[in-house]
Ligand binder design. Structure first.
Ligand SMILES: Cc1ncc(COP(=O)(O)O)c(C=O)c1O
Length: 326
């Protein structure tokens, strides 16, 4: 990987790679493992911390004083950006949508605690709004740096190119070969980086992104485009073929951020069998999909499958009432 990227150290790496012994036994399927990117460590962690090492590095390299990004009310990306900005001594402005809820809970509460300024987008276009805020910062004599939605550009995806190498090193040490790597995919940066990394290493396992809202063909197109841009950006000489991009949209359920019964079951199973917290918006959907595929006997018992935990547990608190109601 090109080493001339500016980077700040924000994450505890490598994150652990662990077997899910009790859950595997309970489900009676293949050996399930987990990669703990919920433990990246920055203000309750998650996948965006890896991306932010590169994105904040670039912001500092460009002498920015303010970082601006966007997300939904319970955005994990926004929370981790606020924490990264605090750590680097930069101002942080978050464009959140749609409107301020009655109580600032979960990630939104943490955004406030981390000192971010919050602007509510309402029905405004988030990208245009971020540009307007950037203009206001320039007028105030501050250099702004806009981090795209989800931190998903080639620079952000480069972090998961590297993470893929990290995971493969760990799996060799643990002497386990994964048939599939399963995780939640949304803006596509995480999956693009993994796909780019897997192409560069000629990794034989399947990289399976579980869509949390979009139809699979739309997300797959975006992932393929961004994976190719990432390869180009990193100046790696390899082709990313279309068949490396696998997106499953069968587990979107009732839609983005809506927690149904499968998501609730996934949260319960991981909590009660492994002491691991999933989030209701992303990782519970992906795990619900994995559980269903295990029950459908997609893999043999002697195969191994990796669930890549991408974080998000702070959102659990905003869903507390729905989780407790049975
Ligand atoms: C907990 C969690 N998992 C997965 C994702 C999806 O990552 P990406 O946007 O890179 O596809 C996100 C993105 O917001 C997230 O917060």
């Amino acid at each position: 990987m090109a080493t001339n990227l500016s980077r700040v150290s924000l994450a505890h790496l490598p994150t652990p790679l662990q077997p899910l012994e009790r859950l595997s036994r309970e489900l009676g399927g293949p050996q399930l493992w987990i990669k703990r990117d919920d433990l990246t460590g920055l203000a309750l962690g998650g996948n965006k911390t890896r991306k932010l090492e590169f994105l904040m590095g670039e912001a500092i390299h460009r002498q920015a004083q303010t970082v601006i990004t966007a997300g939904s009310v319970q955005s994990n990306h926004a929370r981790q950006t606020a924490a990264a900005a605090a750590r680097c001594g930069l101002r942080c402005i978050l464009v959140l949508s749609p409107m301020a809820p009655a109580e600032p809970e979960g990630n939104l509460f943490l955004d406030h605690l981390l000192g971010a300024q919050i602007r509510w987008a309402g029905d405004r276009d988030r990208d245009e709004f971020m540009q307007q805020i950037a203009d206001q910062e320039r007028v105030a004599n501050r250099t702004p740096y806009i981090i795209p939605y989800g931190g998903s550009n080639a620079l952000g995806a480069a972090a998961y190119f590297e993470a893929m190498h990290e995971m493969v090193r760990q799996s060799r040490q643990a002497q386990v070969e994964f048939d599939s790597v399963v995780f939640a995919s949304s803006s596509g940066g995480t999956q693009s980086g993994m796909v780019a990394g897997s192409a560069a290493m000629h990794y034989p396992g399947r990289i399976v992104g579980m869509s949390v809202d979009e139809p699979s063909d739309m997300l797959a197109q975006r992932v393929l485009r961004l994976a190719r841009l990432t390869i180009e950006y990193l100046d790696v000489r390899v082709e990313v073929s279309e068949d490396r991009v696998i997106v499953v949209d069968d587990y979107v359920g009732e839609g983005y951020a809506i927690m149904g019964e499968p998501e609730r079951e996934a949260i319960d199973l991981l909590a009660r069998f492994e002491g691991i917290l999933l989030d209701p918006v992303y990782t519970a959907k992906a795990m619900a999909g994995l559980i269903d595929l295990v029950r459908k006997k997609t893999w043999r018992q002697d195969q191994a499958v990796l669930f890549w935990h991408t974080g998000g547990a702070p959102a659990l608190f905003a869903y507390r009432d729905r989780l407790l109601r049975r």
